[in-house]
Design a protein around this ligand. Structure first.
Ligand code: NAP
Length: 552
């Protein structure tokens, strides 16, 4: 929609779940909206991350929208934890059902987002020069949407195929008979590695930091369980609202096993209800793990709060790896040693360790033999050359701030977001930034975001933003932005609640802290205080007619 056409009330960047729900919700509020999306269709994360093995680690009956009872009733999930194609199908179904695409411009990447002081409007400029303008702008650009590719010497010289898990092609990739290398063993690498090993002639895994990964629930959905969820969805949605990670922990009576391991937070995938690890004798600990598997380690509360318990859990985990991997040297290389369980986003897998028992898989420990360069025919470490036909980067994302900074956002009086965030992201509630009136972020830094069930977080944010814009129009206000004091207090609070958690342990280097990006300020970006506490704070702002904001 060129700028010459009538200006909508709201422009949105991104047509993932956040942008999609924004269209639905803003339309319902009587507002006009236009979305600009870089991809050729809806789905965001689930549009881009099509690598083999990609799937969600929040149960699908929970990782689904609650705004439409009809949608809840008509959609069926084939598995308890759905694979990427099923989640993308769900996104497409929503786009069709609510006729969302008529308000989306696809295949268009935004290169600048500018506030125009004279008109108090926001202007989006696309890479091809087209523009869109509106009084309100929502950045629905996702937390993990800018793939990170390390700069390796010689990278451009490689003659084979280069892929990134976060920007995987839509058409099938044929790896049969190919020598494949993959760099990275985070969630994406761990999910992809077993699938790649099944397809490729040979797979070489280039690992820098070993991972703590727990076996995922791999059960097919049972009709009875799905029906029980459908029968109880109103209760389930309100349970989600009361849970720190935005998951209900609803236990279906018809089959308790289908839904286990039960999520307590969206980021562990396991219920932290197992008491304290240090209360058990060493024999009892081993017996529990032998009976219930390695994932049991995540159920002990003190593993997350007491460094001694964390050390014990880490040691038990390493014992477990040695049981799962036949070659003792490979097993030892796969053992995490210099950081603890709970510091990073918990990884879940299907057959990760068993994959290293295959004849066609080699593990390269980059700590022992670092990458020296990419060569025309493969990858060279300090120990020698690895010949490859395909090189896959599973090297993660410039998380949480990456997409916002790359959009080149300029606020009031020419204030650059990049300048404001020079020492790390500063927001109020992860929703707005001072100096950027009428600009909203969905699941921005300083909100529960990636520590919460994303769909719950997205609905809450978009509802808050829609209510705010509706109020602004009804009360004839032109602009809203946080007070300086609100931002300062909120950032202090976000830091205070993160302090002393495993997330911010000195040994921890996670993307939550920006530690995966060279030069990125080390700040714990998501809000760890829990979704209900956060939502109460947002609701208080609405109820007080936005007392923490400057409204003109
Ligand atoms: P990630 O967790 O950041 O992992 C990136 C991996 O690449 C790490 O093993 C990292 O090693 C390695 N790496 C980065 N730069 C490297 C370099 N220069 N040389 C060698 N190795 C390098 O990224 P991700 O696996 O894409 O996952 C990101 C997040 O996306 C997850 O934490 C999760 O929130 C989300 N995700 C979720 C799912 C799911 O729902 N199941 C699946 C995939 C992703 P170091 O640790 O040494 O830096």
């Amino acid at each position: 929609m060129p700028a010459t056409r009538q200006m909508p009330d709201v422009i949105v960047v991104g047509a993932g779940f956040a942008g999609m729900y924004a269209i639905y919700r803003l339309r319902a509020a009587g507002l006009s909206v236009h979305v600009v999306e870089a991809g050729s269709d809806v789905g965001g994360t689930w549009y881009w991350n099509r690598y083999p093995g990609a799937r969600c680690d929040v149960p699908s009956l929970e990782y689904s929208f609650g705004f439409s009872p009809e949608l809840e009733q008509e959609w069926d999930w084939p598995e308890v934890f759905s694979a990427q194609p099923d989640i993308l199908r769900y996104a497409n179904h929503i786009a069709d059902r609510f006729d969302l695409r008529r308000d989306i411009t696809f295949n268009t990447r935004i290169r600048a987002v500018d506030y125009r002081d004279a008109t108090a409007t926001w202007r989006l400029t696309a890479e091809d020069g087209r523009t869109w303008e509106a009084p309100f702008c929502i950045m629905a650009t996702g937390c993990l949407s800018v793939p990170m590719k390390p700069e390796l010497p010689g990278a451009d010289t490689f003659r084979g195929r280069v892929l990134h898990t976060g920007a995987w092609p839509a058409e099938p990739v044929d790896l049969a008979g190919k020598r494949v290398g993959i760099i990275g063993t985070g969630s994406s690498g761990v999910q992809a590695i077993p699938e790649l090993a099944r397809e490729a002639a040979h797979l070489t895994v280039f690992q820098r930091t070993p991972v703590y990964t727990m076996p995922a629930n791999r059960k097919a959905m049972r009709d009875a369980v799905q029906q029980e969820f459908k029968d109880n969805y109103r209760q389930i949605r309100s349970l989600q609202q009361a849970n720190a990670g935005g998951v209900s922990n609803f236990r279906p009576t018809r089959s308790v096993n289908t839904h286990t391991p039960t999520t307590t937070t969206a980021t562990t995938g396991f219920r932290a209800g197992g008491g304290n690890l240090l209360d058990l004798t060493p024999e009892e600990r081993r017996a529990r793990i032998a009976r219930r598997g390695l994932g049991e380690l995540l159920t002990f509360r003190d593993v997350y709060t007491n460094p001694e318990a964390n050390d014990v859990a880490n040691a038990l985990y390493r014992e477990g790896v040695h049981h799962l991997v036949q070659d003792p040297e490979t097993a030892e290389r796969l053992c995490p040693k210099d950081y603890g369980i709970g510091c990073k986003r918990q990884v879940l897998d299907r057959d990760f360790y068993a994959t290293f028992n295959r004849d066609n898989v080699t593990l390269v420990n980059l700590r022992e033999t670092p990458i020296e360069s990419i060569t025309p025919s493969g990858l060279r470490t300090s120990a020698g050359d690895h010949e490859l036909d395909v090189l896959i980067y599973a090297t993660g994302f410039d998380a949480m701030t990456g997409a916002l900074l790359r959009a080149n956002i300029t606020g009031r009086d020419g204030t650059l977001l990049a300048d404001k965030w020079r020492y790390g992201p500063v927001t109020y509630l992860g929703l707005q930034m001072r100096g950027f009136p009428n600009l909203f972020t969905v699941t921005g830094p300083g909100s529960p975001s990636v520590l919460c069930n994303m769909l719950v977080a997205i609905e809450q944010h978009v509802n808050w933003i829609a209510d705010c814009i509706t109020w602004m129009q009804a009360t004839h206000h032109a602009t809203i932005e946080p007070l300086d004091a609100s931002e300062d207090d909120w950032i202090a609070h976000v830091n205070a609640v993160a302090e002393g958690t495993m997330y911010t342990a000195p040994s921890c280097n996670s993307w939550y802290l920006g530690a995966n990006i060279p030069g990125k300020p080390r700040i714990f970006m998501p809000y760890v205080g829990g979704y209900p506490r956060y939502k109460a704070r947002c609701d208080a702002e609405t109820a007080s007619n936005y007392a923490g904001f400057e409204v003109l």
